[in-house]
Design a protein around this ligand. Sequence first.
Ligand SMILES: Nc1ncnc2c1ncn2[C@@H]1O[C@H](COP(=O)(O)OP(=O)(O)OP(=O)(O)O)[C@@H](O)[C@H]1O
Length: 241
Amino acid sequence: MPLCLSVEGLAARRGDTLIFRDVSFSAGEGAVVIVTGANGSGKSTLLRIVAGLLRAEAGSIRVAGGDPQRPDAVDTRTETRRDLCHYLGHRNGLKTELTVFDNLAFWRSFATAPSRRHGLEIEAALEEVGLLALADLPVGVLSAGQQRRAALARLLVAWRPIWLLDEPTAALDAASDAMVSRMIARHAASAGIVLAATHLPLDLPQARALAMPGPPRREDVGGDDVVWLDAGQVDGPGAAP
Ligand SMILES: Nc1ncnc2c1ncn2[C@@H]1O[C@H](COP(=O)(O)OP(=O)(O)OP(=O)(O)O)[C@@H](O)[C@H]1O
């Protein structure tokens, strides 16, 4: 059965504020979903919840399907949602004092499931993002755009089926935007799933938009009487349907 990420009736609270509710979508292999919405509408929050970094207020997230016999060896019966996702947040997730190569060597060993096919070799990933010549420099001396490109190379050195990308083109020049579009298209074409929040239009004809609904009005959610599901009812990682 093909891999599928399904989000149903998701709601999120930050502090005392209900940021959004009733967010539902599903994304199968090859899907690219672009999350759109105003500043503060909850795009980052949504990605962090799907990544398993924040609890939802209500709703369910399921990753089901996958075929352990295929070369990508995705097994949603044994792997957690966290294992299946690559999350690229606003921060790059790189140690500034380590070289670009050593950062990627860490991510390659950390993010690769033992049974899973490997991603690209580090040199190939660096070539892909145009950083091969800078492999031996500490990340801290790179420009902001170069650091973002090194972070994008993280996605390539360990293959994980679901990419969760928060403003992946932040700090990148126009030519690099096209590189990100290419990376996303290639990942989708190799049975991956991409959920990306971005303010920039990416050149991805197959992408679908998921517009964040904006904060619910108090009268729409029943004022103080509203009862939200316990966050524990959100399905755990890798739950079967
Ligand atoms: N730790 C927190 N405590 C309280 N409120 C928070 C916290 N983190 C985020 N928020 C609020 O949650 C809302 C959603 O933030 P989020 O970062 O998900 O929005 P976004 O759509 O990604 O915004 P942007 O387009 O500006 O990146 C914002 O109003 C933000 O101020």
